[in-house]
Design a binder for this molecule. Sequence first.
Ligand code: AMP
Ligand code: GLY
Length: 440
Amino acid sequence: MKVLVVGSGAREHALVRALAADPQVDAVIATPGNPGIADLALCVSTEGGATDPAGVLAVAQRYAVELVVVGPEAPLVAGVADELRAHGIPVFGPSAAAARLEGSKAFAKEVMSAADVPTGLAHVCANLAEVEQPLDAFGAPYVVKEDGLAAGKGVVVTADREAALAHAGAVLAKPGGLIVVEEFLDGPEVSLFCLCDGSTAVALAPAQDFKRVGEGDTGPNTGGMGAYSPLAWAPPGLADEVIERIALPVLAQMRRRGTPFVGTLFVGLALTARGPRVIEFNVRFGDPETQVVLARLRTPLAQVLLAAANGRLAAVEPLRWDAGSAVTVVVAAKDYPATPRTGDPITLPDLAGGGAAGADGAAYVLHAGTALGEDGTLVSAGGRVLSVVGTGPDLRVAREQAYAAVAEVALDGSHYRRDIGLAAERGEVSVPSGPGQGPA
Ligand code: AMP
Ligand code: GLY
């Protein structure tokens, strides 16, 4: 089978790596890909880029691929999956209509309400006067979200009422800007990816993401500075509960609306004292969580994603997982996330064995914002530059592996968080206990 992967980040590098390892896969093509992906796949750039449906279709047809896997949300919202499906090409990724689950937080809330999915209370506001009432009703910390796609930067969580109002004002000043004011959900966050074929859903292993730029969860939000999986502290039945209470009802609701959901339903959860609550949906694999989830998946990936694309997920065997842990640490460019500097030369660690796993673990480097300079040297080309993965029999070894490799990366001005997975390694993460544990 030939597979096309759309996108250019470390998530796509992880997808390409897993797909290329599937014995049923003869070749992987990526558009546009990146220099790390180019070691495993043929990288093809198009004039219109990954968000141009006609351009992606042309690549899929030129190489006669039998499956397309779309990484980022922007191509999905732009209708890339619709265009491929209209031409009979199996695609793992939702239609533009179904991608509204991520593209509009107000729409996601409406679907959750119709499907009776546990989530926080929320108000959609079209002007500043409407914002104050729910802000005061919910109280601090205030959660104020831009309705549309904002690359993880549209959400402000703050104890400062003025800052909450200022964010709302800035968003509402944009044409068509809408604000969602939400109840604050207290508890550790979990990312759970549910592979969906329109009616059936299969959960991948839960992961945790570190969104803030600074250690101890300080500083501004980013696309994600690191992740680990599995989560020893999460309730054992969490994935089953999310499938039953969240994914399947949402799939039924989307089918009823004539917009069936095929692809990854990324359920962002807070594990609160009252049970798991949905913080958000995304309609694609998460970055950097995918890097650690796929590091542990032992079932060949292409067959599962093809089954999902073809509506045959119910026939897939239960997924098999490595019992160990995986950690990824993002190496970010100078001044990320504000104004990342690009064009700096990168020296990669010399990793013996190319990341082959053993009892002592292993490490490998996935590329995100990298490019080849005119003389062929590897240079930084984005905010998140590398995603270094460590694996091992437990979290401690996986962290050691990841950080030993990160220490060997040379990139002027770069920074990374030293505390990815640290609290979990120390047994310091727990779900708040309270009345009525479990789904309310
Ligand atoms: P989102 O883009 O909706 O995932 O929000 C980004 C981040 O903001 C989440 O990962 C949470 O850390 C935080 N956040 C969003 N909504 C809430 C909420 N209702 N309660 C607490 N934290 C939230
Ligand atoms: N890591 C969170 C995301 O991909 O949105």
